[in-house]
Design a protein around this ligand. Structure first.
Ligand SMILES: [Fe+2]
Ligand SMILES: [Fe+2]
Length: 297
């Protein structure tokens, strides 16, 4: 069994300071196999904000896979924006904005979808997709293949279609051919779990789409701060939300959904069926074997 804690859109510089300590404590208590942060660590890509984000990441368990978001690229400093957009991300967070983690049960690949020429939207390109295929295609089917981006491949209802990462269809078709299981993203500050079959209609394939809300930003789009806990145990995956309760200053259990991998892709289980499935909690505190090529952000 593997347990991923999925945080997103921290936005240091515009945070609810009360949530930061309890968030770190909740993550540590979960004893995750891996911590994923799907971008927007800062509000305005300032050094002071990156330093705060760095201190926060240092308070969390490792290994970690962290990718940048559009807010991690300088907005007003045009020279920096175009000539060295990820300089501060690389200095304070990780030298590798496209980290990779693997162990016996899962392979997790991060992709940078932030671009200098657009303030808000994101894109994935052919080189990045080729690199993902190289990283993910070789694994046997039982290994969970997870892709982490800031900009999403799918949307909850009611969102502007431009929010989908640019060239998503090209990327999804390539990732489907590798049997990609889970796509983790952020950016919208809205939680959502679904599968990609409806949007992409790729025969014989559907990936789970997991969108995290903002863990600490004050811009919650009507939602409380939250993060996701993703449990993977072949052939099942469970996505549970943890939700910030200001009245108790703690993150508490939110809704959970369980999915089963079938020959046609991922299928959501009814609550009745899901209740009979246990995710073994043993061994979740393990420090998994990290091969030499894995990038621990
Ligand atoms: Fe954000
Ligand atoms: Fe964003």
């Amino acid at each position: 069994m593997r347990k991923i804690v999925h945080l997103s859109d921290l936005h240091f510089g515009r945070i609810d300071g009360r949530a930061v300590g309890p968030l770190a404590e909740a993550v540590r208590e979960l004893r995750p196999s891996l911590v994923v942060v799907s971008g927007d660590l800062t509000q305005r890509a300032r050094a002071s904000q990156f330093r705060e984000a760095r201190a926060f990441l240092d308070s969390l368990p490792r290994p970690q896979v962290v990718v940048p978001g559009n807010h991690d690229v300088p907005l007003w400093d045009v020279l920096a924006r175009f000539s060295r957009p990820l300089e501060k991300f690389r200095r304070y967070i990780s030298d590798d904005p496209e980290p990779f983690y693997e162990d016996e049960e899962m392979a997790v690949a991060g992709v940078n979808t932030a671009r200098s020429w657009t303030r808000k939207y994101g894109r994935i390109n052919g080189r990045q997709v080729a690199s993902l295929r190289e990283r993910l295609c070789a694994y046997r089917a039982e290994v969970f293949k997870v892709v982490v981006t800031h900009h999403p491949f799918d949307l909850p209802p009611g969102h502007d279609e431009r929010e989908v990462v640019g060239r998503a269809r090209m990327a999804m078709e390539a990732l489907a051919s590798c049997g990609t299981d889970v796509l983790l993203a952020g950016h919208l500050h809205v939680s959502h779990t679904g599968h990609t079959a409806e949007r992409y209609r790729i025969s014989g394939h559907s990936a789970l789409f997991v969108q995290a809300g903002t863990a600490t930003s004050t811009r919650g789009r009507g939602e409380a701060n939250s993060f996701n806990v993703i449990r993977l145990k072949h052939p099942h995956a469970q996505v549970e939300r943890r939700v910030w309760r200001p009245e108790t200053e703690s993150f508490t259990h939110g809704p959970a959904e369980t999915f089963r991998r079938t020959p046609e892709g991922w299928a959501r289980l009814t609550d009745e069926v899901a209740a009979g499935i246990t995710f073994d909690e043993e061994g979740t505190g393990l420090q998994p074997h990290v091969p030499a090529r894995a990038a621990d952000a």
